[in-house]
Every structure is written in C-alpha cells, then in structure tokens.
Design a protein around this ligand. Structure first.
Ligand code: MRU
Length: 354
C-alpha cells in the first residue's frame, strides 16, 4: 500500500457526508470516518483527525456545504444567517492555519454573490461545487509546488522535512513532499528523506515517514533533537517544510520546531524552502508577530503516546503547536505560481499573489 492512494478528505457519493481518513490512528490503522454534523467535523479538525493546512481548508469547505445542505428553509435570509453561524463555528476549531478561514470565506463569498439569483436548493448545489473546486484545485496546486520544488533537487540529495506536509496534509501529493512524488514519477529513486519525528504529536514519525516509506523512498526517521548532527554529518542537502500561514514579509508559521530547524540550516549553510499554496499567504498581516499561535493541552506533552505519564505531577507545561520562522532564514517560498525569493513582498507581487 502506498499512502498516496489514501484520500485525506472527500465528499461521499451520497453528497450527505464527508469521508476523512482518521490521521490520529496512523500508521497502525487505516480507518475512514463518515461525518456529517458540524460538531463532529469541528472535533475532527480540533483533534487532528484531519490536519495539515490545505486538508483543513478542504474539510472546512465540505463541512460548511453539509451544514448548508442540512438547513431546512426556503427563505434565503434565514439560510444565509444559519450558514454564517456554522461558518464562525467551524472557523473556531483551530486558529493558526489560514486555510481554514480562507476556505470558509471563499464559500461565504460564493453565497453572498449568488443569494439574489439562486433558490436555496440551487445555492446548496453551488456550495457543493465550490467545495469540490477547492479540493480539485488543491491537488493541482500541490503538483505545481512539487514541480517547482523538483527543479531544485539533484540526484542523491538528502531532504529534511519537519512535521507532515505530505499527501495526507492536502487533498493529494502534499506541499513539502510533493517534489519527492514528482521525482518518483520522473524515475528518480535515489533521493533520501529524513523525517523529524515532530514532538509532541509525532506527525513526522507517524505520517511523513509512513508516506515516504510506503512510496518506496529511502526514509530515515530522526528525533527532532538529532537534526543538528544529521546536518553536521553532511546528510542533508536541502530542507523542505510546509506552512500554516505566511506573513507579507515572508515570516511563516509552521509546526513547532520549524524555526529551530531553520536556524540550524542557516548555521550549516543548507537551503531551506517553505512550500506554500498561495492561499496560505496572508498579506493582511505584515509580519509573523501577528500570527496567532495555537496553544494545546499539556497532556500531549506529558502523557500522549507513553504507557505512563512521563513528567512529574503538577509540573508546568507549555505546548505551543506552531512557531514562526523569521523570513531572513528562508531561502525561498515555493508556491504553485513559482518560487518567491527575498525580498518576499516584492516577489509575491511579481507572482501575482494578492
Ligand atoms: O498541527 P498540524 O499537524 O495540522 O500541523 C501541520 C503543519 O504544521 C504542516 O506543516 C502545515 O499545515 C503544512 S501542510 C501542507
């Protein structure tokens, strides 16, 4: 089995529920969940059953369509008010990945633009089409990022990645790991991928290593604190990471630990690329200081994955889920429209990113 064949989130054929792969059970168990209630979709996003910025966006779009579809009224004002309520609710599931609000705003815009010319029944169809479009576009975007990233690779390269920005984090192919899938399609079989395990939720160990190994890639798992020696030993030629939100100046938020990897990469003279669909670039914020960092439960650090609690009772725990990498540490930002090099504000404009 190749993880590339697993769909992270799709709409069921009956169009009344969405099907997500429960990523919390991987790699041990491949289990799909059929969800239709907004509460269950919120829970799936909050608990990271579906995760990764683009996949969260797709799940939210389908979640809003399903909420709209379940709204029983022929009155357009009442319908729109109800859908907006559900939009705010779904948007509260996680704060850092901009794709969540981006997808929900896009759905709301479609509703506002069409409310005077469609019936409620037609509007439901239109919202489903928009959610389908968001998913289809995400696949094309990931492939395009993969193409640009592939151009940066050389035979035999060692690639370090942090967290999971692979196929499971998107509708398909991923962002940071998409170049590896393109390389495989091109017949390359000599790339080496190093996956940081990514404490505390282990997305690198459970998901990235799973994706790469099942794709037949030479895959090595390391603990987060082994990145330095792995770089020093000359095993890493390039770092590809994903991101949850990019500010106008190129600062970007990604899974906790990414900024440390970037500092190390700079120290060892290794290029670091952030792989980002243009929907992840949030030009409304000037710098990374404006990005809200999600704080999560202490138990993820002290108990999760362990047979028994691994910290003294009552100890204080910080558990920020993301950190911000300073733009000065970023070699380039790979988007589906091309690669942005510093100064990033000018590069975004040149690539037509608004
Ligand atoms: O908390 P997660 O697992 O949703 O965090 C995911 C990441 O940080 C990814 O690197 C990011 O969302 C990019 S996914 C293409």
């Amino acid at each position: 089995m190749n993880a590339l064949s697993l769909d992270s989130v799709v709409l069921a054929d009956n169009q009344k529920e969405m099907i997500i792969l429960d990523q919390t059970l991987l790699p041990g168990e491949v289990k799909y969940l059929h969800l239709s209630r907004a509460e269950d979709i919120w829970e799936a996003i909050y608990t990271l059953r579906v995760r990764g910025a683009p996949a969260i966006g797709v799940a939210a779009a389908y979640g809003l369509y399903l909420a709209a579809d379940q709204t029983e009224t022929d009155d357009m004002d009442a319908f729109c008010a109800r859908v907006r309520e559900k939009k705010d609710y779904l948007n509260s599931a996680r704060p850092t990945a901009v794709n969540l609000s981006w997808a929900l705003n896009r759905m709301e815009r479609v509703m506002e633009e069409n409310r005077d010319r469609l019936s409620v029944a037609q509007m439901k169809d239109r919202l489903r089409e928009e959610a389908d479009a968001i998913r289809a576009e995400d696949i094309a975007i990931s492939r395009s990022i993969g193409r640009y990233g592939f151009e940066l690779l050389h035979h035999g390269d060692g690639i370090l990645t942090h967290c999971n920005a692979g196929t499971l984090a998107t509708a398909k192919y991923g962002t940071a790991l998409a170049p590896v899938y393109i390389a495989l399609e091109e017949g390359w079989n000599d790339l080496r991928v190093y996956c940081d395990e990514t404490r505390p939720l282990l997305q690198g160990a459970r998901l990235s290593a799973f994706e790469m190994q099942t794709a037949g890639v030479d895959t090595t798992l390391i603990c987060d604190n082994m990145a330095s020696i792995t770089m020093k030993r000359g095993k890493i030629d390039i770092v590809f990471v994903g991101c949850d939100r990019v500010a106008a100046n190129g600062d970007f938020a990604n899974k906790i630990g990414t900024s440390g990897v970037a500092i190390l990469a700079r120290h060892y003279g290794i290029p670091l690329y952030c792989c980002a669909p243009s929907s992840t670039i949030d030009l409304s914020i000037a710098t990374g200081d404006d990005i809200v960092i999600e704080e999560r439960k202490p138990e993820e650090v002290t108990e999760m994955w362990y047979k028994q609690r691994m910290a003294p009772a009552g100890v204080k725990v910080d558990n920020p889920a993301f950190d911000v990498t300073d733009h000065q540490l970023v070699t380039g930002i790979i988007t589906e429209k091309g690669i942005a090099y510093p100064p990033f504000d000018k590069a975004f404009a040149r690539l037509g990113i608004k």
